[in-house]
Design a protein around this ligand. Structure first.
Ligand SMILES: Nc1nc2c(c(=O)[nH]1)N(C=O)[C@@H](CNc1ccc(C(=O)N[C@@H](CCC(=O)O)C(=O)O)cc1)CN2
Ligand SMILES: Nc1ncnc2c1ncn2[C@@H]1O[C@H](COP(=O)(O)OP(=O)(O)OP(=O)(O)O)[C@@H](O)[C@H]1O
Length: 194
């Protein structure tokens, strides 16, 4: 049961409000810095050798991976987006020719017949509401990413990397047993390797 006193709910509301209040200029600057950070400072072989990377379409003030996506396309890396299937996520290829449908939350998903499961991806860039420097992640509250990667071991693919604005950092996130930890977090100013 989630009551209005649940600290995760209170935090979620505050952090969502904060990220939504960023201006269009701030959002573009953040997305631009994110690419710079990733290109110049993220020295992870899993990312450098990746052939299939999942990202997301920005929603509710999330930091936008659209410039990262352009960069991956230039590099010939295949990009995927999450598709809600029951209570879990599957992943659909995203190209400039993608045809769209909306999920129950109004977020676009590719129309396709071919879906990949999480373990077929090399890297997943996760949206988040809040994070801490230990790899804790607070999401939108659906538990979708947690269920999808519940059985994944730390040394198995995909590598789970959270993308966030700096204002989404929390000192010690209240974590739950089912929370799947992030292995790195990238913000416009910083890379945290957990
Ligand atoms: N960009 C993006 N895509 C994503 C996620 C995400 O967090 N961000 N998800 C991560 O799991 C999944 C979707 N999870 C979501 C859960 C709740 C809401 C949401 O907006 N809830 C509204 C109520 C919307 C409605 O019911 O119409 C709200 O709580 O205000 C959105 C996405 C898959 N795709
Ligand atoms: N592996 C799992 N198996 C079953 N239920 C789960 C699992 N992981 C999470 N849940 C359920 O999902 C609900 C939401 O979890 P939580 O608040 O951690 O989501 P979130 O990480 O914020 O959301 P999301 O990943 O969709 O952004 C919880 O009620 C939890 O019981």
């Amino acid at each position: 049961m989630t009551s209005h006193l649940d600290p995760r709910q209170t935090l979620r509301r505050q952090l969502r409000q904060t990220r939504r209040s960023l201006s269009a200029e701030e959002q573009l600057a953040a997305a631009t810095q994110l690419v710079f950070c990733l290109k110049n400072h993220l020295n992870l072989p899993e990312v450098e050798n990746a052939k299939r990377i999942a990202l997301y379409l920005t929603n509710d003030g999330e930091i936008s991976p659209h410039l990262l996506c352009d960069y991956y396309w230039q590099q010939g890396i295949q990009t995927y987006l999450p598709v809600i299937q029951g209570k879990q996520l599957t992943f659909a290829r995203y190209t400039p020719n993608t045809v769209w449908q909306e999920n129950v939350f109004g977020i676009k998903e590719p129309v396709t017949t071919e879906y990949l499961s999480g373990d077929e991806l090399d890297v997943v860039l996760l949206p988040l509401v809040g994070f801490d420097s230990q790899g804790g992640r607070l999401g939108m509250g659906g538990g979708f990413y947690d269920r999808t990667f519940a059985d994944k071991k730390a040394n198995e693919k995909p590598l789970l990397i959270g993308l966030a604005h700096d204002c989404q950092e929390v000192k010690n996130l209240p974590v739950e047993g089912w929370d799947v930890p992030l292995q790195a977090i990238i913000t416009p100013s910083r890379i945290i390797n957990v």
